[in-house]
Design a protein. Structure first.
Length: 152
């Protein structure tokens, strides 16, 4: 066909689910990106939904925790975009995201000294568990697609 690359013998056919997963993961991870940007820029309208104690928690992040939060968020968004591009680098981006999530989880639930359940209720535990589940699933999905030759 004119204007289209012919599929080589070594290239796997493109499954439709790659586009669905890439789209849903980008939407999901964009929520994390929005939260990160609004929190880091100290957006007054966004932060108005939080109590003074919750805002103090966000403002108390040490620079290294903010760095790993950024790695977690932007690694996940990059991974989603790389899925759209069918790039094998999606695996590395999702792995970096998990490293960021791991370090940030240690900060939030261990080193921060904040009783997350007292300050935020049960939401952080549930959300963090959901984020972990989705992040691991995206990494495993990207690895599987790379092994299948879908990601180049």
């Amino acid at each position: 066909m004119a204007g289209r690359e012919a599929m080589t013998d070594t290239e796997a056919p493109i499954p439709k689910h790659i586009w669905i997963v890439a789209g849903l993961s980008l939407l999901w991870n964009a929520i994390g990106g929005l939260d990160y940007v609004m929190t880091q820029t100290r957006n007054a309208t966004y932060l108005a939904q939080f109590s003074d104690e919750q805002r103090a928690f966000f403002e108390g992040f040490p620079i290294w925790a903010e760095f790993f939060w950024a790695i977690g968020v932007w690694g996940a968004i990059a991974g989603s975009l790389l899925l759209f591009l069918r790039s094998r680098n999606a695996v590395y981006a999702f792995a970096a995201s998990l490293i960021g999530l791991a370090v940030n989880s240690v900060w939030q639930f261990g080193l921060s000294g904040v009783d997350m359940a007292k300050v935020f209720g049960g939401v952080p535990m549930v959300m963090t568990a959901l984020i972990w589940l989705i992040a691991i699933a995206l990494l495993l999905y990207a690895r599987r697609q790379k092994a299948a030759g879908v990601l180049r």
